[in-house]
Design a protein around this ligand. Structure first.
Ligand SMILES: NC(=O)c1ccc[n+]([C@@H]2O[C@H](COP(=O)([O-])OP(=O)(O)OC[C@H]3O[C@@H](n4cnc5c(N)ncnc54)[C@H](O)[C@@H]3O)[C@@H](O)[C@H]2O)c1
Ligand SMILES: [Zn+2]
Length: 671
């Protein structure tokens, strides 16, 4: 039996040592903290039951990890310890009792409560008020000399403010990366194809332990003090809280959430309050630290192996847990995006049981390198939807299966497309796909598309939900009588809607093309396509090579267009629309060169025919209050001249209309 326990002990110690190295030395943990903590609790329980089996090198007896090569070492004059943990109110009360038992009866305890920042512990040595050395905690006895790196952190004063500080003062605190900075750092790393950090703690540690302080200087690090070490040539206040305030007076930031409280109920209230606000705090925390406030009492209570008796870290429920990825299903979003959804072995994380997590897209699947059957780390913070953060590589089973995207839409069976350079895989059955119906119809009737008055989002949603409309053509078959069944649709508005639909049937080719909702075919592209191909038949038969001849149409758009017209469902939708009477006048060809009377003072011009037709340009100018005085076209360039009201000029530029001065126009005419 003792042999069994020996085995269990050494297995746990080996695991904890491995994960401790990944966490403390490599800044790249493989398992969630909660899992590490559980193993540590197991080890502690076993060792408590068999104290004779405790070894000096057991992870339970040690703090942190060995310093990295490359930095010189700093021996701490006073060891930098870790903290004991509590995970429940009961454990917190047990902490209070343990302390009480060592103190005289009816001793009144006061606690200093601070958020437990998720960064890394750093020691700052000030001599005569000047920062002379900064070191990591390392293994508690020996840390890394990171003075040059710490000097780049703006929150750390290089010289103490004011006066009254001890001649030698060691300030201890946490270097951390605020959430905003962390997100920005990861976003930029991802863009550059570099490795991202798993969490702000690892980002802070990795940034601080750069051999090149120039890199550290670019990282958004900050600092809050939480205690002092060496104090010589002067004295400090006799309360933890007052010491923090004192340090603050000398320019060393303290966490503004710190409080002094006088009983354990208040401490529990503090824990709950901070817990509720955890998500909106600008930095990551994983609990609160509760310390006996009176320094003399602290000294009386002393230390155990790796932590003070007078403090405890009351941890929040884990936001990261590990579980198995059982399967991946594919969902079709309202814009046709096909999203892989991880089906998880249910796991309790961030206060709820999670059994689904989005995997976003194929790029994300590739970035994570995740397979079906893997053990994964799931994160759920606040109200944010659960995410898969990483894969526990060492636990991949032999029969792990690759995640394969479907080749047809799981909802409508249309072909699925993933255009090169895009992360998202999409169903190409836009107007036909049940999953996309609402969005497609909203787009179809929108102002820049068919512009159907009185056909708002609410109307479309009801029409689809009641299955009164499945394709755009069905809209034109609705009668006023039928429409009155909709909420807030009286006979009058129903009649108006029918009339608006009728009126919208006469449209333009650019509007019609835009209304189809082909990926990346916006207004401007639709106009260019219409101008170039003149008919929808010609466009629908165009090859990718022909399409990219159109101004503004690149390979990606061309591919979307080809895929769209290749899908039989989409051709049927177009035919049905024409059958119910949707029509447009033939494209007006621009006239050849026209004389331009140069009588305007300010001249407003469109740069090129590819952006607008002449009449559209004129209309746009008039809408802006410009007086159109003439127009001219020279081969591919179209010009419309007029006097514009100054304040509207910015809008003109947004529309792609260039503003020239008179001389530029004269030059152009003489070219
Ligand atoms: N995921 C993994 O593989 C892995 C491996 C090793 C350790 N860990 C995690 O690391 C933690 C244990 O590490 P630890 O020994 O550094 O202890 P700890 O993080 O639980 O507590 C001690 C540390 O808390 C920090 N701290 C933050 N705010 C503080 C405050 N106001 N007052 C005092 N200290 C404050 C200090 O840096 C101090 O060194 C656990 O959360 C564990 O889950 C995870
Ligand atoms: Zn579909």
């Amino acid at each position: 039996m003792s042999h069994d326990i020996q085995q269990q002990l050494s297995a746990l110690r080996e695991q904890l040592a491995y994960h401790g190295h990944r966490y403390y030395v490599e800044d790249s943990p493989e398992i969630p903290d909660a899992e590490y903590d559980r193993m540590m609790q197991q080890l502690l329980a076993l060792e408590a039951a068999h104290p004779e089996l405790i070894t000096a090198d057991s992870p339970s007896q040690r703090v942190g990890g060995k310093p990295l090569d490359g930095f010189s070492e700093v021996r701490h004059e006073l060891p930098m310890l870790s903290l004991d943990n509590a995970f429940s109110d009961e454990e917190l009360k047990a902490f209070e009792k343990r302390i009480g038992d060592r103190l005289p009866a009816s001793f009144a305890l006061t606690f200093c409560c601070e958020p437990k920042l998720d960064g890394l512990a750093v020691s700052l040595m000030y001599e005569n008020g000047v920062l002379v050395q900064a070191a990591t905690r390392g293994d508690g006895t020996t840390g890394e000399n990171i003075t040059a790196n710490v000097r780049t952190i703006r929150a750390v004063p290089l010289k103490l403010h004011g006066e009254g500080w001890p001649a030698r003062l060691e300030v201890r605190g946490e270097v951390f990366m605020p959430k905003q900075g962390f997100d920005a750092l990861n976003a930029s790393a991802q863009k550059k194809g570099e490795k991202t950090f798993v969490n702000p703690r690892n980002a802070a540690a990795g940034s601080l332990r750069q051999l090149d302080p120039k890199i550290t200087a670019t990282r958004p690090l900050s600092f809050y003090a939480y205690s002092v070490g060496v104090v010589e040539g002067g004295t400090l206040a006799d309360s933890q809280f007052e010491r923090l305030v004192q340090l603050k007076g000398w320019g060393i930031p303290m966490c503004p959430e710190s409080r002094r409280l006088s009983n354990i109920e208040q401490v529990i209230g503090y824990y709950q309050d901070i817990g509720e606000r955890r998500g909106i705090l600008p930095y990551e925390i994983d609990g609160v630290v509760i310390k006996v406030d009176d320094i003399e009492t602290q000294q009386r209570l002393g230390f155990v192996a790796r932590a003070p008796r007078w403090a405890i870290a009351y941890k929040f429920p884990a936001q990261e847990e590990m579980t198995r990825l059982n399967n991946v299903e594919f969902q079709v979003g309202r814009t046709g995006a096909i999203t892989p959804v991880a089906k998880l072995e249910p796991v309790f994380v961030g206060g709820v049981t999670v059994s689904n997590a989005t995997l976003h897209n194929a790029d994300e699947v590739a970035r994570l390198g995740v397979m079906i059957g893997d053990t994964v780390i799931v994160r759920r913070a606040g109200d944010v939807i659960p995410q898969i953060v990483s894969v526990v590589a060492s636990q991949r089973p032999e029969d792990a299966a690759e995640i394969r995207f479907p080749s047809t839409c799981p909802v409508c069976q249309s072909k699925v497309e993933r255009v090169e350079g895009e992360a998202v895989t999409r169903c190409s059955g836009g107007l036909y796909c049940r999953a996309q119906r609402k969005e497609a119809l909203k787009h179809f009737v929108s102002r820049k598309a068919l512009d159907v008055d009185g056909c708002g989002e609410k109307v479309i949603e009801q029409l689809v939900e009641r299955e009164m409309v499945t394709t755009p053509a069905d809209l034109f078959k609705l009668s006023a009588g039928v429409l009155t069944v909709l909420e807030r649709m009286g006979p009058k508005s129903a009649q108006n809607l029918v009339a608006a639909l009728e009126k919208s049937k006469l449209t333009t080719l650019p509007r019609f093309l835009y209304s189809l909702g082909i990926r990346e075919v916006g207004e401007a592209t639709a106009a260019n396509l219409a101008k170039h191909f003149e008919t929808i038949e010609a466009l629908s038969q165009a090859t990718q090579e022909q399409l990219i001849e159109v101004p503004d149409v690149g390979n990606i758009v061309a591919e979307h267009i080809v895929n769209f017209f290749r899908e039989a469902h989409n051709l049927e939708v177009i035919q049905a629309l024409r059958d119910v009477g949707v029509n447009w006048p033939a494209i007006e060809k621009p006239a050849d060169d026209v004389e331009l009377p140069l009588d305007g003072k300010t001249v407003v011009l469109t740069g090129s025919l590819s952006l607008l037709t002449r009449s559209e340009a004129k209309a746009a100018l008039q809408e802006m209050g410009a007086k159109v005085t003439g127009s001219v076209s020279k081969k591919t360039d179209l010009l419309v001249a007029g006097e514009a009201a100054g304040s509207k000029l910015t809008k003109a530029q947004e529309l792609g209309i260039e503003i020239w001065d008179e001389q530029a126009l004269v030059d152009f005419m003489q070219r």
